[in-house]
Design a protein around this ligand. Structure first.
Ligand SMILES: [Zn+2]
Length: 111
């Protein structure tokens, strides 16, 4: 197997611009039963800030813990590149699986 190395997911934190609450993927959101490890992009669209109930759109990407605040936000702002990457990965993965399955079926059909 020579699959491309799986990147470690970047756990970007998001800050509520209304109240300053920071959503940390490592912690999740106890108030809304969001387990740890859920990326901000994976939160349900009706998720609200647990402190002030602001919508997801009120949050700004401030990058993973330990990086300069605002760095990632400037990079990805308006482009949505960070949000697209996980789905693009999924498409690649499922595309590869589908190709492998078709290949297997075609071999099976020849016998
Ligand atoms: Zn808030």
């Amino acid at each position: 197997m020579s699959e491309p190395a799986v990147e470690t997911p970047v756990l970007d934190r998001y800050e509520c611009r209304a109240c300053g609450y920071v959503y940390e993927p490592e912690k999740g959101d106890d108030k809304h039963d969001i387990p740890s490890g859920i990326l901000f992009a994976e939160l349900p669209t009706n998720w609200r800030c647990p402190v002030c109930s602001a919508k997801k759109t009120a949050f700004a990407n401030i990058g993973p813990a330990g990086t300069a605040s605002g760095f990632k936000e400037n990079l990805g702002y308006g482009l949505g590149v960070n949000n697209l990457t996980p789905s693009q990965k999924n498409i690649l993965i499922f595309g590869a699986l589908a190709l492998g399955f078709l290949f297997f079926i075609s071999l099976y059909g020849l016998q």
